[in-house]
Design a protein around this ligand. Structure first.
Ligand code: GLT
Ligand code: MN
Ligand code: MN
Length: 391
């Protein structure tokens, strides 16, 4: 079995304008690349087989642009979309770059800053809706603190929920076909960021006014920064029916937010992530929120973009091989993987079922169970060999 490694729009690969457009600045060094023209980016991505682009408001319309200039920018961008057929499935808002948001945006202590943040988000929602986006990501990069004394976290969560509710109310009022996807991150740029993990964000959604309008945009790098399993985070997000979007990239535990090319680190986690998405038949966007190394020139940008997609396609093929491999299938039987789908209580939750469960459990032999192996060593080695290309 050999599948094509050439990306096509059916694969649903998308890139943020800010990803390929990352100029290579870091906390210690200046830009190493010139800004890209979003129109050129659209053409280049389309030629690589990409499905769509995502954007922050200010990736396309710089802060402070006049209404007439905004229209001109949009017209030119829309023309590029029309010519190439590229879509804008997701839009977002930049609430982290401007100095005014240094103490927070939706959760700034100053209500004036909060109102500006919410109003800026309304404008970004309008922009996204105009471009046809159906998902709006909210990454609260500045919602956090270095000095814990300065922030009442419970109060900040009240204001965070209020801001998300206001955004939902705005979408409802405008009748936009748009859902929100919260993006958790543990730290960077703040010392600690609110809603630091997928679990925190899932719990937060339950407290909102319209929870059905809000899901998640989990990012590989962000869960990995916390030392958590990204594929488990994605699986649980799917289980809650909250996987509205996903940010794929690469990250090593314990390092700064690296945002590397998908699969360049943590290839096993990347494999299991692809497996979770593909086995679930998830139809959403495979969005790469990564950036080229600072060492790269213009050509390197497109090597980076193609690399993200090729690695996804290679891993998708590996997932298919995993399911077709007779040795792996036998090892999965030994691991009893399928048996997780058998309910623990055969009779449900009624009183009789509880008694029956206790009754049947009393007939089982602990010694037999304790002495049974599950063959994980063999299974795991088979996966290693699959990934290394020797089967
Ligand atoms: C920023 C951040 C990403 C978010 C983007 C969306 S902005 O690049 O590092 O993880 O997804 O706001
Ligand atoms: Mn990141
Ligand atoms: Mn991201």
């Amino acid at each position: 079995m050999s599948e094509s490694l050439e990306p096509t729009p059916e694969d649903h690969f998308t890139f943020g304008l800010w990803t390929v457009g990352n100029p290579g600045r870091d906390p210690f060094g200046h830009e190493t690349r010139s800004p890209l023209d979003p129109v050129d980016t659209v053409h280049r991505l389309a030629s690589l087989g990409v499905y769509g682009v995502s954007l922050h408001d200010n990736d396309l319309v710089p802060w402070g642009t006049s209404p007439s200039d905004r229209e001109a920018i949009l017209k030119r961008f829309r023309q590029a979309l029309d010519v190439t057929g590229l879509k804008v499935p997701m839009a977002t808002v930049n609430l982290f770059s401007r100095p005014l948001f240094k103490e927070g945006a939706f959760t700034a202590n100053d209500p004036v800053v909060r109102r500006m943040a919410v109003a800026k988000t309304f404008d970004a929602i309008d922009l996204g809706a105009e471009l046809g986006a159906t998902t709006f990501v909210l990454w609260g990069g500045r919602e956090g603190v270095e000095s814990d004394a300065a922030k009442d976290v419970r109060g900040a969560l009240d204001r965070y929920a209020e801001a998300v509710n206001l955004c939902c109310a705005y979408v409802r009022d405008r009748h936009y076909d748009l859902r929100f996807a919260l993006e958790p991150k543990p730290n960077e740029p703040r010392g600690d960021i609110l809603l630091p993990t997928v679990g925190h964000a899932l719990a937060f959604i339950n407290e909102l006014e319209w929870p059905e309008m809000v899901g998640l945009n989990p990012e590989f790098a962000h869960e990995t920064m916390s030392g958590l399993s990204f594929s488990h985070a994605v699986a649980q997000t799917l289980w809650h029916d909250k996987l509205f979007h996903i940010d794929l990239n690469a990250q090593r535990i314990g390092k700064f937010d690296q945002d590397f090319r998908f699969g360049s680190e943590g290839i096993r986690d990347a494999f299991y992530t692809v497996m979770v998405l593909e086995d679930a038949g998830w139809t959403g966007m495979r969005h790469f929120d990564a950036h080229p190394y600072r060492t790269e020139d213009y050509d390197g940008i497109w090597d980076f973009a193609l690399g993200c997609m090729r690695t996804y396609l290679i891993l998708r093929e590996k997932v298919h091989r995993f399911h077709a491999d007779a040795d792996i299938t036998r090892a999965l039987e030994t691991a009893r993987r399928q048996d997780i789908n058998e309910p623990t209580s055969e009779g449900g939750l009624g009183v009789d079922a509880l008694a029956a469960l206790r009754n049947v459990a009393s007939t089982y032999s602990e010694d037999k169970l304790a002495g049974t192996g599950y063959g994980h060593e063999r299974l795991d080695q088979l996966v290693t060999e699959l990934l290394l290309g020797s089967r």
